[in-house]
Design a protein around this ligand. Structure first.
Ligand code: PPE
Length: 318
């Protein structure tokens, strides 16, 4: 269990032992889902652990909080330092980091009123979402009977706790049906995204992906892959995608902090392309990991090194 290795948690400005980082059962967030969170990866690099695109994750965290009227109460600089502190204290060479800001205990009416807001940052060692083998062999997906909620129902580009029930329903159904993951359609029947990943297609040497008009969470991995693909010379077209685009694709893959770049090999029993990881997916995957682990120095600006606070950052470290 990955949590067994996590010893320290940042809670409200203090580093405390994992087992003491608890929330009361009367917390508003537990009942009504009133919280926002982030999922961030910290990769092992030659210069020690480095948090991938920390700035962008903290920006989305604050945008999610703003749209749900939650006041985080810490600056981005304070949160960035807190993330580094949690990684350092736990001594992880690489890990997954989960900042969360939620409405605590005070009232249990729908309107949380002036109930205090709490902020915590957890970290734990985490393998890639679908397991290392899936990076090579890909995953099997099913088109969900649950529809991705539209942004007129809840802000779809925010990463809020309660909205994940939509994803949980979809992924539970997918697993029950014998698949690895769900693909959700939007309210117009176009492709939206996976339960926790964005989706890319490869067709005739071009990458295709959708955007917020199809109710997706605007993934930071998605943005990274768009930039990496363009640098590698692949055209990337951002447009609405239909199910037949997916079924007719040469290759398809998911992107996400947890899933990284995972090939999709089959949709409801129908093979995508050759039914194995395609060459473009393999190239994008390799380039993504080279960027995230600091091997490709063109993307060093994406890395926030977790250098010890007491020592000056090493030359070249951001
Ligand atoms: N869509 C959804 C719905 C989503 O949850 C994620 C992240 C993405 C797209 C990809 O976004 P990004 O990580 O910025 O590239 N899903 C997180 C896991 C959520 C969970 O509750 O677990 C993640 O990958 O960390």
């Amino acid at each position: 269990m990955p949590f067994e290795q996590a010893q320290w948690v940042w809670l409200q400005g203090r580093i405390i032992p994992w087992r003491e980082a608890t929330v009361h059962v009367s917390a508003h967030a537990l009942h009504d889902g009133t919280g926002v969170f982030e999922g961030i990866r910290c990769y092992e690099t030659r210069d020690g652990p480095a948090v991938f695109r920390l700035h962008e994750h903290l920006e989305r965290f604050s945008a999610s909080a703003a749209v749900h009227d939650l006041s985080i109460g810490y600056t981005r600089e304070e949160l960035a330092e807190a993330v580094c502190e949690v990684v350092r204290r736990n001594g992880f060479p690489s890990c997954y980091v989960r900042p969360i800001c939620y409405v605590g205990s005070g009232v249990l009416s729908v309107h949380p009123r002036t109930t205090p807001i709490e902020v915590a940052i957890l970290a734990w060692p985490a393998e890639t979402q679908f397991g290392a083998h899936a990076l090579h062999s890909g995953v099997r997906v099913t088109v969900s009977s649950w529809v991705r909620f539209h942004s007129t129902m809840m802000p779809a580009t925010a990463k809020a706790c309660g909205q994940y029930l939509n994803s949980v329903l979809a992924v539970r159904e997918a697993v029950r049906r014998g698949f690895d993951e769900a693909v959700l359609l939007d309210t117009n029947g176009y492709i939206s995204e996976g339960s926790g990943e964005n989706l890319f297609l490869v067709r005739h040497g071009k990458l295709l992906t959708n955007d917020e008009r199809n109710s997706i969470l605007l993934g930071i991995t998605r943005d990274s892959v768009i930039q990496i693909a363009r640098h590698a010379g692949y055209p990337v077209e951002v447009r609405t995608l239909q199910l037949d685009d997916l079924l007719a694709a040469d290759e398809a893959f998911f992107t996400g902090t947890s899933a990284e770049v995972t090939p999709i090999r089959e949709v409801d029993g129908q093979a995508i392309g050759s039914g194995a990881r395609g060459p473009v997916t393999a190239q994008i995957q390799e380039a993504f990991f080279a960027a995230a682990t600091g091997q490709d120095t063109r993307y060093r600006g994406w890395l926030h090194y977790v250098a010890p606070a007491s020592l000056p950052a090493r030359p070249g470290a951001a």
